[in-house]
Design a protein around this ligand. Sequence first.
Ligand SMILES: *[C@@H]1O[C@H](CO)[C@@H](O)[C@H](O)[C@H]1NC(C)=O
Ligand SMILES: *[C@@H]1O[C@H](CO)[C@@H](O)[C@H](O)[C@H]1NC(C)=O
Ligand SMILES: *[C@@H]1O[C@H](CO)[C@@H](O)[C@H](O)[C@H]1NC(C)=O
Length: 392
Amino acid sequence: MRLRGRIAYKCLTLIVVAVIILLVCIDYFAPNAKRDEFLTHLPPLERDVSQEQTAPQNIETDSKLSRLVNLTDFKYEIPNNVCRKNDKGLLAIIIVTSYAGHDELRAAHRLAAPQSKLAEMGMQRIFLLAALPTKEKYITQKQVLDEQQRFGDILQGNFQEAYRNLSYKHVMGLRWAATDCPNAKFIIKIDDDIIYDVFHFRRYLESLEVQQPTLIASQAYLAGYVLNARPPVRNVANKWFVSEHEWPRTTYPAYLSGWLYITNPATALRLVEQAQQTPFFWIDDTWVTGILREKLNISMQHLNAWYSANAEFMDCCVRDLKSQSSYECEYFVGPNGGDNKMLVEFLHNVEKCYFDECSKRPPEKSLKKTCVGSAKHLLPDHGSGQVKQVAL
Ligand SMILES: *[C@@H]1O[C@H](CO)[C@@H](O)[C@H](O)[C@H]1NC(C)=O
Ligand SMILES: *[C@@H]1O[C@H](CO)[C@@H](O)[C@H](O)[C@H]1NC(C)=O
Ligand SMILES: *[C@@H]1O[C@H](CO)[C@@H](O)[C@H](O)[C@H]1NC(C)=O
């Protein structure tokens, strides 16, 4: 009896051990994202990509992301995890190119549409900054850190703020959106000095989500103001002067105005990858949405009718929205004309149109007919956008 009992006990032990070994083996060889070879070897910046089922996954890409374009010592001076806190997933992440010294413009964006209000619309916003140049007298890094402490909406790279470094900033923003915000369906890239109707873009993207759901995962989605065959500025006195050495061709490939364009994380990742393999060009929107895009053969969706390059039109829109008739604005994107507060006025007044409290603008009341400055034909482009606005 005792002997049988012992044999049974030994058999039971063996079976238990065998089952444990089997379970361990099954677990080890099972296809498990967390154990995926390349995901465990991602550089720290991309550490959480494994948790995002929609993350575009590409071994080649991820190993190259430890540098930014040709900056080998790139890192975030101020990182940002705003998307990780929104695990529900976002309709859109808004990335705003902002000069570090433009704290007043950032304040206007926050006043016009606070992060909490954007969250209600399924959106979040971050500002893309670079390191302060030594000659910067107006703002200190401590102030930038305080701003981050208070608002949590800053992403700062360790390269220096400079016009000629804008392409780094642009690629940094796309890279962050693609790797740290892959649960956002769309990316809206804007400049800090433009006016844009965030309610319109929310409605538009929601309609795309329903009507063209495949766009969200598309690796070739770019939409905005298409600038076709623009020539480089060859006037040495112009701030946007480009030498023949920098760009020998007489025109640029078609590109999107950097004022505002829409893309998605999957497309952004391809642009970032392409940026690592393409000679650097300092005009950021031309490089990213023109030169890099052309190499990837991505076509662009034309939203040109939504843009005005005339700051006075945006001003007149605010005036008309405030008036008894509450006419809708004809444009959704335009320059602020140097008025930092205009975005606040515009968004606070245009919101009611999304509660059906505005009326259609009759043709005879078009901005071209009723607003000063109607004779100007400006493009949202470098050079042409820089033209001094002269009152008629
Ligand atoms: C990156 O490329 C640009 C343009 O070719 C060049 O001016 C710059 O010195 C390079 N930077 C580094 C760190 O190699
Ligand atoms: C761009 O950033 C790099 C890296 O911080 C810096 O060395 C360079 O001077 C900056 N370019 C300009 C034009 O300031
Ligand atoms: C680029 O895309 C177009 C369609 O969008 C296609 O007809 C063409 O063959 C593509 N070219 C290359 C080089 O892949």
